[in-house]
Structure formats: structure tokens, C-alpha cells
Write a protein that binds this ligand. Sequence first.
Ligand code: AMP
Length: 224
Amino acid sequence: MLHRTRLIVLGRQGAGKGTQCARLAARLSVPHVSTGDLFRAEAADGTEIGRRAAAYLDAGALVPDDLVLDLVAGRLGGPDARALGYLLDGFPRTLAQGQALFEVLGSGAADIAVELHVPTSVVLPRLAARRVCQDCGANSRAGPGDPDVTKCDQCGGTVTRRTDDTDEAIHRRLATYDRESRPLLDWLDDRDLLVRVDGVGDPDVVHQRLLDAVRNRIPAIDDV
Ligand code: AMP
């Protein structure tokens, strides 16, 4: 029988979370719900939520909770998430968001919360080198001395830095994560939901560590 898996993945920006979450969600056959991706899509489409969130995104600041909760409620109410569960990437980010998630969905809101841990000395250069294609969304890495704007290997589109990957915004986002997410991590730990996974190393090895952590906690998905 299909187990409805509900995961939260937390981690500082540059921990490789987006890539690992996409891969883990595909492996577990659950929808990958990234609030950052959802906000960027809303902003690109010029929707009401997107317009209200855009200034926060560009500044690397957290979008107000009411807007985030509207966005997430809409996404988790969809038929795929109701049937299959979800992998939450980038939400919850604060204690208030975590409490709201469990208040709305009950104690089964998450089977496990994984923190993908990578030290600052590793994430800073990764973020400075990160590039994203404006057309197909593919992530790539700039080498030393590479220009800020290049052509996408995959689709020929325009590859640039994310608007919130400027040095100032990177520092602000890392500081915000440490300040806002720490109480959330402690709260999840008190509920015995939190598992910390080392995010340093070859992406295949990190993927396996994540999978092992999830399988340990949810034996029903042992056969994926
Ligand atoms: P990310 O791609 O996860 O780094 O998110 C990019 C930006 O989206 C963040 O810097 C915030 O402005 C916004 N955002 C994403 N998720 C949340 C959230 N759970 N709470 C508040 N703001 C968020």
C-alpha cells in the first residue's frame, strides 16, 4: 500500500537543499513543495501574491507569515499533496509557521524533519557562485572569473545570479535563517521529529544519507 509521506527539509541557503529535495521527492514519489520556487513563480506571473512578495524576495527578507500560509495552504490543498503527501522545502522557516502547520494539519503534518547541515565556510562560496537560468530554471555554478550573465547549457536561455544572491542579501538570508529557524529546530527536536544530516560531500552520498534518515524514521517506505 502507498504510504502518504510527509517530510520537512530544513537547511541554510547554499546547503544544496533545492537539488537534494528535488531528487528525494522524485525518489519517494511525493510532490516537492518549495515555497521559494512558488514565490518566484508567482512573482514572474505578476499575481497578487507575487507582487506583494517581490520586495521581500529581492531583499532576502522573510515574506510575512500570512502570505506564506496562504500560499502553502493553497498548494497542500491540491489533489496530489492530499493523496501522496509532500516534501516541504523552505517551509516552515519560523516557529510561528511550524506551529501553524501543525495546528492546521494536526500531529500528522510531518513524519520527520531533516536538517541538512552545512557550515558557513562551505555555503558562502557556493552561494556566490550559484547561477540560475531565467528560462528553464536549471542551476549551475560559475567558475572563478566567469561573467555574471552567461548562456544556459541546457536550453540556450539567459543564466544570471538570482536577485537575492547578492553578497548583502546572502549575508542577510544566512543571518535570518540562524535567528528565525533556531527556535523552530528546537521545537521540532522537542517533538522528536528532528534528524540532522551532514550535507557536506558528494551529492550522491548526501542523497543516500537523506534517504537512510527517512527510511529509519518511516519503515513503510523501506522498499523505495
Ligand atoms: P529560498 O529559495 O528557499 O531561499 O526562498 C527565497 C525567498 O523566498 C526567501 O528569501 C524569502 O523571501 C521567501 N520565502 C521562501 N519561503 C519562505 C518562508 N517559509 N517564509 C518566509 N519567506 C519565505
